[in-house]
Design a binder for this molecule. Structure first.
Ligand code: GLU
Length: 277
């Protein structure tokens, strides 16, 4: 019987075919859960209505199973859990930590520099809609974005099981970030924190492109009084030209390799085998 002391998760987004970088992350998550005699859950992160597609849901489940990864059913589907995220969002607004942001995409684009190519990260928000400190909590408004106020200048540190201690400074490395979208959906950050707590996840294995998101999520965990799991971030895989595999959905999709006749063992030989201790 798997134990509950180690609970990991696979959290793919059905916005494209999974590639070798995903294989490395999810294989490591599987191996670490196995090594600890733990439980591995599967969460379908399908909150992006424009980009999520059922064919990618089917493909990601099939490709991960083909690789030999096993998880404990049922699959958790984020689009079916909006009420849970909504409750957390309303708590954040009630405490005054979240505020409405009416900046348009165009305003944001003008205020910000281009995000750094390598981290898929968003630039620091200027604070234009941020209420003065000590303002009374806002009432809920439909149809607007909401951000979490971050404690400017505070260092957020966490021990990473793979990369060692990581430290980011709120207000410098990342700013007030989106928690609720004007289309009535939670942001990735909020949904992830609520789900990791609700699913009682003890360790999160994910790509190093999400390191700053981990720092943001730790702030959300504090704000919502939720536990912080352990983290294990995977170095990003690059091809011979140094291009991140995530940017090359074309050739290195697990599915393409499979269609070319490679076996799961051959695909797994293409990814680093270090799964930490
Ligand atoms: N769904 C995210 C992705 O596929 C991963 C999120 C996470 O591990 O927290 O990049």
């Amino acid at each position: 019987m798997p134990n509950d002391d180690y609970r990991g998760r696979l959290a793919p987004s059905p916005t494209g075919l999974l590639h070798l970088g995903h294989a490395a992350t999810f294989w490591t998550a599987y191996q670490r859960a196995k090594r600890h005699g733990g439980t591995l859950l599967f969460r379908n992160e399908d909150l992006d209505p424009q980009r999520s597609k059922q064919e990618y849901v089917d493909a990601m489940i099939e490709d991960l199973a083909w690789l030999g990864i096993e998880w404990t059913p049922p699959i958790v589907v984020q689009s079916e859990r909006i009420a849970l995220y909504r409750a957390a969002f309303e708590r954040l607004v009630a405490t005054g930590l979240a505020y409405a942001c009416t900046c348009s995409r165009k305003d944001l684009a003008q205020m910000m520099q281009a995000p750094h190519e390598d981290t898929d990260d968003e630039p620091v928000y200027s604070g234009r809609c941020r209420p003065a400190p000590g303002s009374t909590p806002q009432s809920l408004q439909p149809g607007v974005n909401y951000r979490l106020r971050v404690p400017d200048g505070e260092s957020i540190s966490f021990p990473d099981g793979n990369l060692g201690t990581q430290t980011f400074v709120a207000g410098r490395d990342f700013g007030d970030f989106l928690i609720w979208r004007k289309d009535g959906l939670p942001s990735y950050q909020l949904a992830c924190v609520v789900d990791d707590a609700d699913m009682r996840i003890t360790e999160v294995v994910r790509g190093a492109d999400l390191l700053k998101s981990t720092a943001r999520q730790i702030l959300l965990q504090r704000a919502l009084d939720l536990p912080t799991p352990a983290y294990f971030h995977m170095q990003l895989l690059r091809d011979e030209q140094g291009v991140r595999l995530a940017k090359r959905h074309d050739a290195l999709a697990i599915r393409t390799l499979r269609q070319q006749g490679l076996t799961p063992a051959e695909v797994l030989r293409m990814i680093p085998s270090n799964i930490g201790s």
